[in-house]
Unconditional design. Structure first.
Length: 727
């Protein structure tokens, strides 16, 4: 089905322009690094596995890069659990609430220290476990002529280029006055990184390759590497003349490392694991796998062949899908916008095209213990659909169908609801992480319906309806059961939930705007899916659609929700200083965190729950009054999409390029958020790509194409091909 789907999507692609020189677009945006910058480390990957390297083209200085963009090797399969020595169970992290839905609801929460000890222990265990592994570190160990170790600060003449077109990193530097050249790439068909090193240091026995393997930390955000913990074993389990196999055993987790090389070298496993070259050129591969297989004396690396295969893979990648060319634009902002777009295409492909929705820092390093957040699936997946890569969305939905769906049905049943309630913070087995915020979010619920609709737009067949119809139905069943009818207002309301704008918690507000609009969208599309399958519309769903509450408003603009209770003053923590409490009014809180009210317009097709003129006033209020330091990277794309739908193209551009910390794009293309833990943020890259696709190819019901989201002032002659119209 996937091949047919991709072909169909390509035939339906929009383009009003002559063929674009894709090679020129990509190559003029190669990142070039000329000095040590721990936030500018570069990565190679294949969507299921990523290796991040320093200026040497290897992971030679992991400790020095630890607090930048760390040097990890991560996969979508490499996970670990600390031993559950107390036999804790997920149910011990649950607490029952009554939100007025007519039945008790059991949620997985974070128990506090002063509460029942075992409940607190269960909370901690099931938040931390499972966690993603740093599979290993492969680095150059270099020695100066005087016998001293060569440190990072000793390197000179640094010139490193991420060759996007070929999918490889080309590194040059000098160590102890000797030039070193390294080529690094990741195999598209295996979870393997391939290196080729050229230097006199190799033959002089002053450079060798060291292999080290950490124990995991289980911390919230870091490189997942506890180098001081010896509670794991690494041993050589096989070898041949040009290959060695290591086994890494960490508690109940075991995986294997296959090291193969080309040329004259020897593998040392006596006290440390090292590959020792005898010539001035060494090519080798490091593959990580859960399977143990035999090696033989004929097994050796064919560097040129594998390099050619990898380059062909990336050439095909760049020559398919969509491309956007800003070279004919005269607005000075266009150059930076193109850089961000091209690098975001690369980074989302290697980090996010997983077997399941990715974590927010992808396969680069761990945040939130390496665990995916399903409310972010929209920002991780919609861009792939709009950029003509629906097979990535199909891959994620396969995980939803086969792994997450049974668990989602059990969660809904446990809470007394019909249908399926999708979890928030999860893992490859669809576990539900306890959270006082995430467990109460609901804006991830309609995501499945939105993405299924994208798949139907790509391939409108009975097969698509069969593939996703059951889950669309179950998602809508939960949504319909979650609303409450308010006899006073004669509207259906949403309560007992924390909003996309997370400072609007379940205890502070209800009827949050984005969730209302998304409920209208989700139930409306679910009805269309029933009709496509020859089923009757469900009358209850139509009643909810027609009588959902309008978006809450105050002083002529839409606001973040309706405050609970007469007193609108709430104690809150400053988001950047947890030690200092402050008292905020509800109105103060409404200008912090995500400007979610705009998502009701920007992310979704129009619903009659709001007035467009009033939404435009709300947009301008946000631009003038929002507390920008509390925003997140995907907010800027969301704002741009709202402005585009409202015809405010100048504001759309301003939002995409607004000068604020969390809209920073590093030299490697990553969206920087904060220095303490969230140095990269892939939902920001996804939001940028989604907004650009929409601004170029338009949206359903859009009158002006092409480029309806860009100013029609002669300065934005944006050329593109392969993009798709947004819903």
């Amino acid at each position: 089905m996937f091949l047919f789907l991709v072909v169909l999507f390509s035939l339906s692609s929009l383009s009003a322009f002559a063929s674009i020189d894709r090679y020129a677009v990509v190559t003029r945006n190669h990142p070039v690094i000329t000095q040590v910058d721990t936030l500018a480390s570069l990565s190679v990957g294949n969507g299921h596995f990523v290796t991040t390297v320093d200026v040497t083209g290897l992971q030679s200085f992991p400790l020095e890069y630890k607090n930048g963009v760390p040097l990890c090797a991560m996969s979508d399969w490499g996970w670990h659990r600390f031993p559950n020595v107390k036999h804790l169970t997920p149910s011990e992290s649950e607490k029952t609430f009554d939100f007025g839905h007519g039945h008790p609801e059991a949620y997985a929460v974070e128990y506090k220290k002063d509460e029942d000890g075992r409940h607190k222990e269960a909370t901690t265990y099931f938040r931390v476990n499972p966690h993603r592994l740093n599979l290993g570190s492969v680095g150059l160990v270099m020695t100066a002529a005087d016998g001293q170790a060569i440190a990072l600060q000793d390197l000179s003449d640094i010139h490193q280029c991420l060759n996007l077109w070929d999918g490889q990193i080309e590194s040059h530097f000098k160590a102890d006055s000797q030039p070193v050249d390294v080529v690094t790439f990741c195999r598209p068909d295996k979870d393997a990184t391939v290196y080729r090193i050229s230097s006199r240091l190799l033959k002089d026995r002053r450079a060798r390759i060291g292999f080290t393997f950490p124990y995991p930390t289980g911390r919230h955000a870091d490189d997942a590497s506890d180098w001081s913990n010896n509670g794991h074993t690494v041993r050589q389990v096989a070898f041949s003349s040009h290959a060695a196999v290591l086994e890494h055993r960490i508690d109940s987790t075991t995986y294997y490392i296959y090291i193969t090389w080309e040329g004259n070298a020897a593998f040392n496993s006596l006290h440390v694991f090292e590959l020792i070259p005898f010539d001035d050129v060494l090519a080798f591969s490091v593959e990580y796998s859960t399977e143990l297989r035999a090696v033989n004396d004929d097994e050796a690396l064919d560097f040129k062949q594998i390099q050619a295969e990898t380059q062909n893979y990336w050439h095909q990648y760049w020559n398919t899908g969509a491309i956007v060319d800003f070279s004919a634009c005269t607005d000075p902002r266009a150059r930076e916008l193109e850089r961000r777009v091209v690098l975001s295409q690369y980074l989302t492909q290697i980090n996010c095209a997983n077997q399941m929705p990715p974590q927010e820092s992808g396969l680069t390093y761990n945040t939130w213990f390496g665990r995916p957040h399903l409310e972010m699936t929209w920002w991780h997946a919609v861009d792939f659909a709009l950029w003509n890569r629906p097979e990535v969305v199909a891959q994620m939905l396969k995980w939803y169908n086969h792994t997450a769906y049974p668990v989602a049905r059990r969660i809904a049943e446990r809470q007394g609801f019909k249908g399926a309630r999708w979890m928030k913070m999860t893992d490859p087995w669809a576990g539900e992480a306890p959270s006082n915020t995430g467990s109460f979010l609901i804006w991830q619920q309609p995501h499945y319906i939105y993405l299924a609709e994208e798949m139907y737009r790509a391939c409108p067949t009975a097969e698509t309806l069969r593939a996703y119809g059951e889950q669309v139905e179950a998602t809508a069943e939960f949504m319909a059961d979650f609303v409450t009818y308010d006899a006073n207002t004669k509207h259906y309301i949403l309560k007992g939930a924390t909003a996309m704008q997370e400072c609007m918690t379940k205890d502070i507000s209800y009827n949050q705007p984005f969730e209302l609009a998304y409920w209208h969208y989700g139930l409306s599309v679910a009805q269309r899916w029933r009709e496509r399958q020859g089923k009757q519309r469900i009358a209850e769903w139509d009643d909810i659609i027609s009588r959902l509450s309008p978006l809450p408003e105050s002083d002529g603009i839409y606001t973040a929700g309706i405050p609970i209770g007469a007193n609108d003053r709430h104690e809150a923590f400053d988001p950047f200083d947890a030690s200092s409490k402050k008292i905020e009014t509800f109105a103060d809180k409404c200008r912090n965190d995500h400007p979610a009210v705009l998502g009701a317009c920007g992310m979704l097709p129009y619903t009659p729950l709001y007035d467009k003129d009033q939404m435009e006033k709300t947009l301008q209020w946000v631009m003038q009054h929002w507390n920008w330091q509390t925003t997140w990277g995907w907010d800027y794309g969301m704002i741009a999409m709202t402005a585009a739908r409202l015809g405010d193209t100048e504001t759309a551009l301003k939002a995409l390029l607004i000068d604020t910390q969390k809209n920073t794009y590093l030299p490697n293309g990553h969206n920087f958020q904060t220095a303490d833990r969230l140095r990269i943020y892939l939902p920001g890259n996804g939001a940028l790509l989604t907004a650009i696709a929409m601004m170029c190819a338009g949206w359903d019901g859009c009158d002006a194409t092409p480029n309806p989201g860009f100013p029609n002032n002669g300065q934005w002659n944006v050329r593109w091909e392969g993009l798709h119209t947004m819903q």
